[in-house]
Write a protein that binds this ligand. Structure first.
Ligand SMILES: [Fe+2]
Ligand SMILES: [Fe+2]
Length: 490
């Protein structure tokens, strides 16, 4: 198997120009927003701004601020370029990074106008966590805290009193990282909401450390401010997250829960139009979840991909075995037409998923779950009626081959579920042999050539699929027939 680099997209000069241009644009937006903040801080008075700027040291501060903002942008670019280049490649991701920072800074600044310690310090970290991952959330939080500190330090017309100036750096940095670890892995919105109380505790402790003498005089204000900060972080998170999910089409735990609900429009349609495919997808989802857990992938994502992998069968459901009950329409059409209908379920499924604005990974998996495999049965049928040698490509799925571990899992779970259904002997040994044959066949046809799945992963998947299928498709126990009062019960 080819060792794949994590950076699959090839960058050309124009991609560098495009990404850097977007960074420059967002840097300019930040600089303009600094001007707006200065205007607000001056009490909307240009003369006060002019007085402020005429002071030599303030001019220097403003120049430092612009240079610092440019350096922050360079830092963000270098971080994402080196850590996750494919992520940076997409313009919408660049916009998302900056929009997260812009919104977080705006909210923190707005709340800070009334009470600095009530700022929702953790908002950027939590949004980044749920829209990206833990690592990037910690990085984004660092940037957001630094930006807030720069605004507090360089754009305040009146010097901030006490230790307020350091609140973003000290409270924001430390408590937000704690919030990331607390909220990480939580699948319920209610639990995240309750975490607001937990986040408040370290904020109050940090506030006590910073403002000890003031707290002795009026402790209630600071305790209320700490709780406001924690609760505001989670409330705003819940309000803003769905907007980001929709605009940037991001896959979050909550989004996955929503789209795997059986009442979701496409799933509801699949259940009504193609009940056989719907049941098949449910079994595949159970298998895929187990495999994903076993090799350290996201089980909820695997479940969602399994639910939607055959969604294209909504069109022409009667042409697929699992929806047939006796009558097979393929008997009335040519093998070539049959192949067209069969393989179109992958492309049509991907199209349908995109049309419903579901996460891209679902459409990728729908497209990739049969890779470039042959539809052997119809190739053999067509060969019977043709004197010339047929091109196997005309009887194959168009691919692409699986490009992620999740897509590879769905490919295997899908094939193994169908195979296990056709087995007459469903003993552990027989199922194991069938699973092994399916994996080896796909390896022989280079189906895992484009994804970074390892031999170890495949071995774990084989064992998991065997254990699950031998459990699901166990032989039915023959119950003795009962005869009670002339009625026969089975
Ligand atoms: Fe399929
Ligand atoms: Fe399938």
């Amino acid at each position: 198997m080819k060792k794949q680099s994590k950076k699959l997209l090839a960058w050309e000069i124009r991609d560098y120009v495009r990404t850097i241009s977007w960074f420059a644009l967002h840097t300019a937006i930040f600089v303009l927003s600094f001007v707006a903040i200065l205007y607000i801080n001056s009490g909307f008075s240009f003369s006060k701004i002019i007085d402020h700027v005429q002071n030599g040291s303030n001019v220097n501060n403003l120049i430092y601020l612009v240079i610092a903002m440019c350096l922050v942008s360079v830092g963000i670019y270098l971080y994402f370029y080196n850590e996750n280049r494919d992520f940076l490649f997409k313009t919408k991701n660049i916009n998302m990074i900056f929009l997260l920072l812009e919104i977080s800074v705006a909210i923190n600044y707005g709340v800070g106008k009334y009470m600095v310690y009530a700022r929702p310090f953790a908002i950027c970290a939590l949004l980044s966590l749920l829209l990206m991952d833990k690592r990037r959330a910690i990085f984004m939080n660092t940037v957001a805290c630094f930006l807030m500190f720069m605004i507090d330090a360089f754009l305040s017309i009146d010097v901030m009193e006490g230790h307020l100036l350091y609140s973003s750096l000290l409270i924001g940095f430390s408590t937000s990282i704690l919030a990331v670890y607390l909220v990480h892995g939580m699948s319920s919105r209610l639990k995240v909401f309750l975490m607001g109380f937990a986040i408040s505790v370290p904020i109050i402790i940090c506030t006590v450390c910073l403002e000890f003498s003031a707290i002795v005089a009026s402790p209630v204000i600071f305790i209320v401010a700490g709780f406001t900060s924690g609760m505001l972080s989670v409330v705003l998170l819940m309000a803003i997250l769905p907007v980001f999910e929709k605009i940037f089409n991001r896959v979050t735990t909550y989004r996955l829960s929503e789209i795997t609900d059986h009442k979701a429009p496409l799933l509801k349609q699949l259940r009504e139009v193609a009940p056989g495919t719907f049941n098949h997808s449910l079994v595949v989802s159970t298998l895929a979840e187990s495999c994903a857990t076993a090799i350290g992938e996201d089980p909820l994502l695997a479940r969602a991909c399994a639910y939607y992998h055959d969604i294209g069968k909504i069109e022409n459901p009667e042409y697929f075995t699992e929806n047939q009950s006796g009558y097979n329409p393929h008997g009335e059409i040519t093998p070539e037409l049959s192949v067209d209908i069969i393989r179109s379920h992958a492309t049509y499924g991907a199209k349908l998923i995109r049309k419903h604005r579901l996460p891209q990974i679902l459409s990728d998996v729908a497209l990739q779950h049969h890779g470039t495999l042959h539809i052997r049965y119809f190739y053999m049928q067509a060969s019977k009626f043709s004197e010339e040698a047929l091109d196997l490509k005309d009887f194959s799925y168009k691919g692409p081959r699986p490009r992620t571990k999740i897509a590879a899992i769905i490919m295997l779970a899908d094939a193994c579920e169908a195979k296990a259904r056709s087995l007459t002997d469903r003993s552990h040994e027989s199922v194991d042999l069938a699973v092994k044959e399916i994996i080896e066949e796909r390896m022989d046809f280079d189906q895992f050539y484009e994804c970074d799945i390892t031999m170890k992963d495949l071995d774990i998947i084989r064992k998991t699929l065997t254990n699950s299928l031998a459990g699901v498709h166990h032989d039915r126990v023959e119950y003795p027939k009962l005869k009670i009062g002339g009625n026969k019960y089975e």
